[in-house]
Ligand binder design. Sequence first.
Ligand code: 13P
Length: 238
Amino acid sequence: MKLICANFKMNLLKDDIHNYLNTIKGKINNKNVIFFPSIPFIEEFAKNNYLVGSQNISFKDFGSITGDTSVLQLKELGITYTIIGHSERRTFFNDSNYIAKKIKLGLDNDLKIVLCIGENLEEFEKEKTLEVLKRELDEALQDNLDIINENNLIIAYEPIWAIGTNKIPTNSCLDNTISKIKGYLKTKYNLNLKVLYGGSVNLDNIEELETIKVIDGYLVGGASLDALKFLSLINKVN
Ligand code: 13P
């Protein structure tokens, strides 16, 4: 079954979350959905028995890091997943420097990791996509090979130029890139990892995306914020 991750990013307020939970109540059956709300609302999703993850974890377990949140604190709220390396974290918080450490900390604490990788528009136009993706994978995996396995690490391919832009790669481009990611992971690291696609996934393009066989699921941003639309979207995913 495909995995559908709803990344709310820094959106929605308390009332919105309550309405959201009321709307989806009893309607997500037999679907593999994981919610990634902002930290204040994680517990709300966990209490209602949804699979829930954090959008990030600190690179340390405890200490003097003002404004950060420890993986252990997040686990107390009920997370079993975390996203690591989202391009917005890489851009605003230099997260590329901490990816390997965060993966280790997450895995040592029994979380499942959704690792985001993706090229920017300039890299895409200069045909550097694979070079960028391989580098991001190497940075994340090399120090953690002894603890990574096919159940605890999921890759999310999110071309940065496709996030929030309503532009997505062509089918053949996506098929080719995701196949190459899987091939690289297999030949270099002997890993068969799931690869999700993220970037402007919505009700208008989900049926087309569903024709691409190598995609193992989706990381959905904007289109996950409206509960009814999100329910329609997940009903179109096999
Ligand atoms: P959008 O679906 O809003 O393009 O966001 C994608 C994303 O960044 C999910 O992590």
